[in-house]
Design a protein. Structure first.
Lengths: 142, 972
């Protein structure tokens, strides 16, 4: 089945612009990137559904002329989910401003601690040395 | 019956919290009733089993994987089940007094009972997979029981060690079991025994299974977990780590020896490791100061002996081995329970501090003496007769091989090691009794609080009595156990169990062992001095500790390398992998599919505009500019949907884009005008390359994927199905509310969660802000619409906007209901309808503020979300009650008599007509309500909520000409 080049290029450009923003640190910019990429991905479904056709409504379009309804249903849920995700992330950005005065995604503090452990060549914090001695003073059955 | 018994144990384990609350310590006695019933049942089926029959139970479980809940109770299984249930009952009874001084404990009640159940399942399971499941369940319960007091480091470490060592072996065993079942074509144990496979598969599986058995039964080099496990309470040690769980490996070897003993490598491994374990355990037991540890090393030693006998696979050794299993369970459980009594009475179990207890605890001391005699292999106990039979099996090896083909020298070495090990056993038995009860010069006589109650000593007395009586029952016991020995293909028929052994090598070996043991004990101080001079041997335990340390270090290093903590670097890594694999895959494509420019010139025009907008979004520094340009791409997408023949999508996309824009604007008013500049400008070009490559991959993949399609689309039959089963003409809507209704249901759940998340981030302590009703408004002329707008400051009001709102609101609500109802046959549906209604609500907020929103919808958003979800669930499950399936659609034609149409002289007018109701419309109503609830939540939180923050100075205040804002007052 031949593909629609225009739609493919538009989808690619939207995703590219989205990815450029997603690799940012500012949460609101990341969000804009996510929404942009979502639009691009929704177009991918459109391409995958084959050539354009009439609305998939019985009695309105002949069956042979219809566009594929299944990808449309999938995209419809995706669109609404994107809205709710956007609202949630945006609220997170707002909250970040409310507390810190900026919305930059910080590096994880826990991971920084692990890095410190690795640099010090030490074990994890949950590690417990297990020693057994057979001299009668068994450490484990203290 | 067998499954019922196992399940009954597990159920009573679940009821343990209630039982301990009602009955306190006596809960142990209730729990003990269950293994007791199982024991009673086993006694009643004795005639069947002893006549050579078996109790079989079989239930299909996972037929596709050949896994069945099948149980097979033959002789060997019967003997082990008697041990498991009998000792289980007595240990639970004993626990009632052992834990009497502590507050009522739920953990041991539940865990011990559950363990008894799964152990019974383990020794009776016929299906290899089920056997493995029970096998690992015993490991898990053992882990939990050893970790009795998780606040103690010793308990944690010991529990973890036992878990890791035995599950490592268990995994090897699983591979072995799968190989065996695969080679045999069945996973039924008795079917495999009847018709064993041959060849390499059998050898491999035999050796892997042996690894599992050795680890579970604590043989060298896995032995070190067992002494550690003594951190568990003493009754647990008695039951799990002496009588029952550690016998699992021995049982597995015993049951498979008839078909596996001749496999290359099996006998040498069993003999070498068994003899080594026998010696090592005894040697170390000799220098323990803690009575429990002394017994633990003794158990290690005895397990080596048992494995040695049962793994040999000759008739005489098998008879002795099985008798020894019974004897060991009886005397070792007795001795552990005795240690528990001594510990409770004297407050210590260190033999260097105990003295003169024989006179103060006469009954306990006597029982310990009887059980000790059995452990040392002295007549007239079962320990003596069993050991004689076992030694006969081994001396037979030395006197001609007994069908195993062993050379004389290794056979004599084996016998010599066993005699030495037996001498050590005699020595540590003497050390045990002397240590616990003897009077030692220079040690103060131990004071005891109060003599142990009758119930406390009942269990050890009964067990000790049994091991003594069984010694006299050599004849009957031989005839009971003989059928098992007869299943072994190799070796001669043995002499049997008897207190009157034949003169010969076995008796001589016994006498040497006893004499040697007495000398070892007599010269114990000199022996201890000798032990000191031996060079330290690198122990398996050290290897284990070092491995765990290296594993932990490796985990830290790997985590450090892979988990950098930066979101951007994770996204970049994921994308690199995706792009890399896509491009590698595409290099192998030889025939690139065809493509065409566009379906319609409009696609090119709109697409071009969208690409420009996307580029500008990516480069814009201003927040508002980025959001508005984002809207351009969104509306462009909607147009592309429309041109493609997807009116539902176009409608939804336009509505969603509008709401997204409104929501962005509501929040953006409190954020700085410009995005932050990243400090690292150098990373920009890398990001350009990465995003460009991603976009290119997406474009090429889209073309390639469509070109590779060979099958007809799944949706090919949707057209007919939508009408016949979904009763709708709009196929997209039927897919949403019927064909893929589960998907939609999941989605509205996500919407509810996201809306709740937004509200929680704004209101923090509640689901929503307070809803103000009109009475809180000031008195005056408050009739009519948009009354709350009078509360706004004059400059914030817009007359034109208010008028437009008045005009639009009613129309939009009607349209939304129309979209909801018509959606099944025409573009629309719950999503579109809900979005329109939600937009109408947002418009009222924009025109007249938060109070107006409460006026328009005086109910909490959570209630709307909840009722929407409830309606959806009800629609989903209702068909089940009418014989349908979940989410099945039904239709009803409703004709109201006299109201269908109006016939007038100049024609017939349809009034209500034929009202065609489809049950999935109710599901769509649920969707509608969830969407309305979500948008109401967004309006209340991001609109009215942020307004309130502003009044209370909690909102961030953007600094002019800066990318930062001053945090809300409370937070700064």
């Amino acid at each position: 089945m031949p593909a629609n080049l225009t739609l493919a290029i538009v989808a690619g450009c939207l995703v590219a612009a989205g990815v450029y923003l997603i690799t940012e640190r500012s949460l609101s910019r990341i969000l804009v990137g996510v929404v942009l990429a979502s639009n691009g991905i929704n177009l991918l479904f459109l391409i995958a559904s084959g050539p354009a056709g009439g609305p998939p409504i019985i009695g309105y379009t002949e069956k042979s002329q219809m566009s594929d309804p299944l990808p449309q249903a999938m995209v419809l849920t995706a669109i609404v989910i994107t809205l709710s995700v956007a609202a949630f992330v945006l609220t997170m950005a707002y909250r970040s401003f409310q507390i810190n005065g900026h919305d930059e995604v910080q590096d994880d503090v826990e991971d920084a601690r692990i890095r410190a452990l690795a640099q010090a060549d030490s074990t994890s914090e949950s590690y417990e040395e297990i020693r057994f001695s057979d001299t009668g003073e068994d450490v484990v059955s203290e | 019956m067998l499954i019922g018994l196992v399940v009954a144990h597990l159920l009573i384990a679940l009821a343990a919290p209630l039982l301990t609350r009602w009955l306190g310590q006596r809960a142990f006695l209730v729990a003990a009733a269950f293994p007791a019933v199982a024991f009673g049942w086993l006694v009643t089926v004795a005639p069947v089993v002893l006549a050579g029959g078996a109790i079989v139970q079989h239930y299909e479980w996972i037929a596709g994987l050949n896994v069945a809940l099948s149980f097979h109770l033959g002789l060997l299984q019967w003997v082990l089940s008697l041990i498991v249930t009998g000792i289980g009952t007595l240990v639970l009874v004993y626990c009632r007094w052992y834990f009497a001084d502590d507050p009522p404990q739920t953990r041991p009640v539940g865990l011990l009972t559950a363990f008894a159940g799964v152990m019974l399942g383990l020794v009776t399971a016929d299906d290899l997979i089920i056997l493995y499941v029970f096998w690992e369940l015993t490991t898990v319960f053992s882990y939990l029981l050893i970790a009795h007091d998780p606040t103690r480091r010793a308990n944690r470490a010991a529990a973890l060690t036992a878990l890791i060592v035995t599950t490592t072996g268990g995994l090897a065993m699983l591979v072995g079991l799968l190989t065996l079942g695969n080679a045999a074509g069945t996973y039924s144990l008795h079917a495999i025994l009847a018709d064993p496979p041959e060849g390499t598969a059998l050898t491999v599986s035999a050796l892997l299974i042996l690894v599992g058995a050795l680890s579970k039964s604590a043989l060298v080099p896995f032995h070190f977990w067992l002494p550690g496990a003594m951190a568990a309470p003493t009754p647990v040690s008695a039951y799990l780590h002496a009588a029952a769980m550690v016998k699992a490996g021995v049982y597995l070897v015993a049951v498979l020896a008839p078909i596996l003993a001749h496999v290359p490598g099996w006998r040498p491994a069993v003999w070498t490791l068994g003899a080594l374990t026998l010696f090592l355990g005894g040697w170390r037991a000799l220098r323990q100061d803690d009575l429990k540890l002394l017994l633990a090393y003794g158990t290690v030693s005895q397990l080596g002996f048992l494995m040695l006998l049962l793994g040999t696979g000759t008739q005489a050794a098998a008879l002795g081995g099985l008798a020894m299993v019974i004897a060991h369970a009886l005397f070792k459980a007795t001795l552990f329970l005795v240690v528990g009594i001594v510990d409770h009475s004297a407050g210590t179990r260190q033999l260097s501090k105990l003295s003169g207890l024989a006179r103060k605890l006469p009954i306990t001391a006597t029982v310990a003496a009887v059980a000790g005699a059995a452990m040392a292999g002295l007549p007239p106990t079962l320990g003596f007769t069993a050991k004689e039979a076992g030694l006969e099996g081994l001396t037979n090896l030395a006197l001609g091989g007994d069908g195993t083909g062993i050379a004389p020298l290794p056979a004599w070495m084996l016998v010599a090691t066993v005699v030495l090990g037996s001498a050590l056993t005699v020595a540590y038995t003497l050390r045990f009794w002397w240590g616990a009860f003897g009077t030692k010069p220079g040690v103060e006589p131990t004071e005891i609080g109060h003599p142990p109650s009758i119930g406390f000593v009942a269990a050890p007395v009964l067990l000790g009595f049994t091991v003594l009586v069984a010694g006299f029952l050599g004849g009957p016991l031989t005839s009971v156990l003989e059928p098992y020995a007869a299943t072994l293909p190799a070796g001669e028929h043995g002499h049997g169990l008897s207190l009157l052994p034949a003169w010969g090598a076995p008796l001589l070996a016994s006498l040497i062992a006893i004499a040697g043991g007495v000398v070892l004990f007599w010269q114990r101080e000199r022996i201890a001095a000798v032990q000191q001079t031996f060079p330290p041997v690198p122990a398996a335990a050290d290897f284990y500790s070092a491995t765990m340390l290296r594993l932990d270090r490796l985990a830290v290093e790997v985590t450090d390398r892979t988990q950098r903590g930066s979101l951007a670097s994770y996204v970049e890594t994921i994308l690199l992998v995706v792009i890399g694999s896509i491009f590698i895959g595409m290099t192998m494509v030889t025939d690139w599919p065809a493509f065409y420019l566009a379906d319609h010139w409009g696609q090119v025009a709109i697409g071009g505009l969208m690409v420009v907008a996307a580029f500008l979004v990516a480069t814009s520094r201003g927040r508002l500019r980025a959001v508005l340009l984002l809207g351009v791409t969104g509306y462009g997408t909607a147009l592309l949907f429309l041109l493609h023949g997807a009116p539902d999508l176009a409608l939804t996309q336009v509505l969603v884009e509008t709401i997204t824009l409104l929501v962005f604007l509501l929040v953006l008013r409190k954020l700085p005008k410009y995005f932050t500049e990243r400090p690292l400008q150098t990373a920009r070009w890398w990001r350009v390359v990465l995003s460009g490559a991603t976009g290119l991959a997406v474009t090429l993949l889209a073309i390639l994927a469509l070109g590779s399609r060979v099958d007809i689309p799944v949706s090919d039959g949707f057209c007919e199905a939508a009408y016949h089963y979904g009763y709708g003409s709009n196929i997209v809507n039927v897919v949403l509310v019927d064909t893929r209704a589960w998907d939609t249901f999941g989605e509205i759940a996500v919407l509810s969660i996201a809306a709740t998340g937004v509200a929680s981030l704004i209101f923090l302590r509640g689901r929503t802000g307070r809803i103000s009703r009109p009475m809180t408004l000031p008195e005056g002329k408050l009739e009519g619409w948009l009354r709350a707008s009078r509360m706004l400051p004059r400059h914030a009001r817009s007359l034109i906007f208010e008028v437009v709102t008045r005009l639009l609101f009613g129309v939009m609500i009607v349209v939304s209901v129309y979209l909801l109802l018509a959606g099944h046959n025409l573009p629309g549906g719950g999503f579109a309808g809900g979005l329109v209604a939600g937009t109408a609500l947002l418009i009222r907020y924009l025109a007249a503020g938060g109070l107006e929103l409460d006026e328009a919808m005086p109910v909490p958003a959570g209630a709307i979300l909840g009722s929407g979800l409830a309606i959806s669930v009800l629609t989903a499950v209702t068909p089940v009650f009418f014989g349908g399936t979940v989410f099945q659609s039904f239709d009803v034609h409703l004709m109201v008599p006299g109201w269908e149409s109006l016939t007038l002289p100049w024609g017939t007018w349809t009034l209500l007509g034929d009202i065609h109701l489809v049950s999935s419309t109710a599901f769509d109503l649920g969707v509608y309500l969830v969407v309305v609830g979500m948008i109401l939540d967004l309006g209340r939180s991001l609109g009215a909520g942020i307004d309130a923050h502003e009044r209370e100075e909690l909102a961030p205040a953007p600094e002019p000409e800066s990318t930062r804002a001053a945090p809300g007052v409370r937070w700064s």
